[in-house]
Design a binder for this molecule. Structure first.
Ligand SMILES: Nc1ncnc2c1ncn2[C@@H]1O[C@H](COP(=O)(O)OP(=O)(O)O)[C@@H](O)[C@H]1O
Ligand code: SF4
Ligand SMILES: [Mg+2]
Length: 412
């Protein structure tokens, strides 16, 4: 399939592209690999349950249906990966959990934290949950860290916002957290400002901030997208390690399947605001049952030494979330699309034990030796002959407008 987990066992220090004088991980840190296999297994205890979540934004161009019915359960200590292209609704669905959506957002469904619906809670109750029981790590730490306050002050503030403890105690906790996330000379570093840290070290500070109040759930939204591959691997590894320190579950949101591979127990693939495949990460990676997943897998660089193999990007762009195409939203880009696909949107159906896919033709993927081969190397969808065009309609239609749906990667 041409994909292996990212190199979580790397021992290279965090030294990439940062000017001198900044804090790096460097040789001071004794680096030991920490993989999903080392981490504590999930418990049979639901911490977060999202039920039929929909989010719509009224805009001048029409109603943006950003999230169109998302369901999942996150168990204690579990890592659930949510993956999909930019604009598929990953961030909006997690912002809904955190209560961070703009006021005009129309949110429906239920978001149960330990059985209690966050959406039905009063604002004060929601605030108490946020940052304590549910913490969030964003892609760009500089948007969450205040440049004019020391890292120690900001970490201590995070404690004091939820606990009535002396400031000295909060600072001691902050110091312990910096130790835990692998920041050397923690005592001294408490007095440093965010700009004095390298990108990787700043993201470690964000992890420290996220875990400082012992959360049950950590939502990490593209936490390593801005970092180079080596530092990314170190940060993901650290995240796994600290998850076990505080017994938290992680919702790992990314557009990069490579991030999920070595990191998540289960994977949920989103397309046009809906889950289109859910299962154990192994099932989703090795036996995908929805063509979009297969397309994503085919466009991930191989780390198995098959360097000559060409990447097979999925042609086209995601559909407009204001004017979705009829039927399956992936049909304009899908090499397997048939008339049925253009008429009715498939629901998630069982594709195995604890494995679901939303596709009218998932049996065709099941029968294929290499499901990614449906996406040809030249960037065109596979020949119509493979797509049972019983209706005489070409396998590929013109891609619909992306109006109102595009978003730069940096904007995430
Ligand atoms: N405040 C908003 N108003 C209108 N549309 C929005 C707003 N926020 C997000 N969207 C749209 O919702 C869709 C999903 O966005 P998002 O969840 O950020 O995608 P992802 O995180 O998967 O890249 C996108 O089409 C985006 O443009
Ligand atoms: S085969 Fe049909 S239902 Fe399945 S993903 Fe392609 S267009 Fe959608
Ligand atoms: Mg996003």
């Amino acid at each position: 399939m041409g994909i292996t987990p990212p190199p979580l066992d790397t021992t290279a220090p965090d030294i990439h592209g940062e000017p001198d004088g900044m804090l790096h991980g460097g040789a001071e840190e004794v680096h030991t690999a920490y993989t999903l296999a080392d981490s504590k297994p999930p418990l049979d205890e639901e911490v977060l349950k999202v039920e039929n979540l929909t989010v719509e934004f009224p805009t001048d161009d029409g109603l943006v249906k950003a999230v169109r019915g998302v369901d999942y359960t996150l168990r204690a200590r579990e890592v659930l990966g949510i993956v999909g292209e930019s604009g598929s609704g990953k961030s909006v669905s997690s912002m809904a959990i955190m209560g961070l959506l703009p006021k005009n957002a129309r949110i429906r469904g239920r978001i149960l934290f330990r059985g209690k619906d966050i959406l039905a809670m009063r604002a004060k109750e929601q605030r108490a949950l946020r940052g304590e029981k549910i913490a969030m790590i964003f892609q760009d730490p500089m948007t969450s860290l205040n440049p004019v306050h020391t890292v120690g002050d900001q970490l201590a503030e995070a404690v004091l916002a939820h606990h009535l403890v002396p400031r000295r105690q909060a600072l001691a906790k902050a110091r312990h957290m910096l130790d835990l996330v692998g920041i050397p000379q923690a005592e001294r570093r408490l007095r440093a400002y965010p700009h004095e840290f390298s990108g990787g070290m700043r993201q470690r500070v964000m992890i420290a901030m996220a875990i400082i109040n012992d959360p049950d759930v950590i939502i990490a939204d593209e936490p390593t997208t801005a970092l180079d591959v080596t530092v990314q691997a170190q940060i993901l590894e650290k995240l796994l390690e600290v998850k076990d320190e505080v017994n938290a579950a992680i919702l790992m949101i990314t557009h990069d399947l490579g991030v999920i591979a070595g990191m998540a127990h289960r994977t949920l693939v989103m397309y046009a605001g809906k889950p289109v495949e859910v299962g154990s990460t192994d099932d989703v990676f090795y036996t995908p049952r929805m063509p979009y997943t297969a397309g994503l897998l085919g466009s991930v660089p191989s780390l198995e030494g098959e360097g000559e193999e060409r990447l097979r990007p999925i042609v086209g762009t995601p559909p407009s979330l204001i004017r979705l195409p009829a039927g399956c939203p992936f049909s304009p880009r899908c090499p397997l699309a048939t008339a049925e696909c253009r008429e009715s949107e498939p629901a998630l159906e069982a594709a195995g034990d604890s494995h679901w896919a939303a596709c009218h033709h998932s049996d065709r993927l099941a029968a294929a030796d290499d499901p990614t081969a449906f996406f040809r190397a030249d960037g065109e969808p596979a020949a119509a002959g493979e797509a049972e065009p019983a209706d005489g309609v070409p396998a590929r239609q013109t891609v619909t407008t992306t109006e109102g749906t595009t978003e730069s990667e940096e904007g995430q």
